[in-house]
Design a protein around this ligand. Structure first.
Ligand SMILES: *[C@@H]1O[C@H](CO)[C@@H](O)[C@H](O)[C@H]1NC(C)=O
Ligand SMILES: *[C@@H]1O[C@H](CO)[C@@H](O)[C@H](O)[C@H]1NC(C)=O
Length: 380
């Protein structure tokens, strides 16, 4: 028993070390070869510069789907669900993803570098990047074509750390850090507002977890995608993610403890509703209702029992969600045994967890997988 514990601790430390430091790619000096303006397969696509606020198509107006997308993944914001949407879209149109090599993230907390991309060479055309990273705008810019649409998703930071507030008090502005800024900045520095403006200029759409369906409708409009492309099931939901227990007082405290992220959220909450207004409130309500209705229909077509289940009740190992460190509470789904031919493929893809989907898309995940085997071995 004691021996096992020591062995386990040693192995774990070793794995953690390996995971944090495993072969950061060699820093070779990169010769610049220009990437095409667009890496979508419509060579004739109008060469209009993409502006962060001016891409709305009016209803009924024909548009061409956009293929070049940068999605900045953030914490506890249903990012896995959005990744599933991007994976499906990328597969459907045979797009080229910029994936990391050996693991499922780009060496967080190091800054993103192009050399971390699997099979990268200068001048290469990539359509989509969406794995976890610490954002480095200039590097991403040099990787992706000029017509790339930048997306991210935020949530009210008071709830982001709800479970940890009781223990920690002050928390680092994690989203701020992910977006590439100094997490030790003074929240009242004028630089904070300046950087928020910078984020606003860089990202064409900042979605909100609290208005997820509205966000997806805006996404579909911005990218000129089809309704089927944004259908989703909630992936990676936690068992105990019940209704918030934050009192008003604790909410205020939590906000002041993480003031930079709170300012960021406040700013983009405002711009979000401006976008909804520009889209049209009524049109939005109608489109959200349609999305929800289609999602419900897919649920009844695809999911056994119609709801997510505990990991140990999932029959197919390929449907087993990845459990983050120290957790066993991520729920998953069982695919229905009998699904009509028309929906079979879509159902399976919509329910495939992130790690399996990455593998299906050809990502080498040796480090991530080794880690999960060690944990399985230790029954942790
Ligand atoms: C986009 O934003 C810029 C400034 O941020 C503004 O000057 C311009 O008029 C806006 N364009 C549209 C179409 O709203
Ligand atoms: C976000 O904006 C909406 C609409 O203006 C408002 O009702 C809501 O209280 C805001 N949320 C936060 C957390 O500021």
């Amino acid at each position: 028993m004691c021996k096992g514990l020591v062995l386990g601790t040693l192995l774990t430390s070793f794995m953690l070390l390996l995971y944090s430091y495993a072969i950061p790619p060699l820093q070779v000096s990169i010769t610049e070869i220009p990437i095409p303006y667009s890496c979508s397969s419509y060579p004739t696509q109008a060469r209009m510069p993409v502006t962060a606020n001016g891409t709305h198509s009016s209803p009924g107006q024909a548009c061409l789907p956009k293929f070049d997308v940068m999605f900045m993944k953030t914490h506890k914001t249903a990012s896995s669900t959005i990744l599933n949407i991007l994976f499906r879209f990328g597969e459907k149109h045979r797009l080229k993803f910029a994936f990391p090599n050996g693991r499922n993230d780009f060496y967080y907390p190091s800054y993103f570098e192009r050399s971390q991309v699997q099979d990268y060479h200068p001048g290469m055309c990539f359509n989509i990047i969406c794995n976890h990273m610490r954002f480095h705008y200039q590097e991403v810019r040099k990787l992706l074509p000029a017509d790339t649409i930048f997306l991210t998703v935020l949530r009210d930071p008071a709830y982001l750390f709800e479970s940890s507030f009781h223990y920690f008090g002050h928390v680092i502005p994690l989203t701020w850090k992910l977006l590439g800024y100094d997490n030790n900045m003074n929240a009242n520095s004028p630089l904070v507002d300046q950087y928020i403006q910078e984020i606003d200029q860089r990202f064409h759409l900042v979605m909100l977890l609290e208005y997820f369906d509205e966000s997806l409708v805006l996404l579909k409009d911005l990218l000129c995608w089809e309704l089927e492309d944004i259908l989703y099931f909630k992936l990676n939901a936690r068992k105990d993610s019940t209704v918030s227990k934050l009192t008003n007082e604790l909410y205020e405290k939590a906000t002041s403890w993480n003031l930079i992220d709170a300012k960021l959220y406040h700013y983009f909450n405002t711009t979000f509703w401006h976008k909804v207004d520009a889209y049209g409130r009524e049109r939005m309500a109608k489109d959200v209702a349609e999305l929800q209705q289609k999602n419900e229909k897919m649920k009844s077509i695809c999911i056994d029992g119609g709801h997510p289940v505990d990991a140990n009740a999932i029959q197919e190992s390929s449907m087993q969600p990845w459990q983050p460190l120290g957790e066993k509470s991520i729920l998953g789904y069982n695919l229905k045994k009998k699904i009509n031919k028309k929906h079979r493929k879509l159902c399976r893809k919509m329910l495939t967890p992130e790690i399996q989907y990455l593998t299906d898309l050809g990502v080498n995940l040796w480090l991530t997988k080794l880690w999960s085997h060690v944990r399985e071995f230790l029954k942790w």
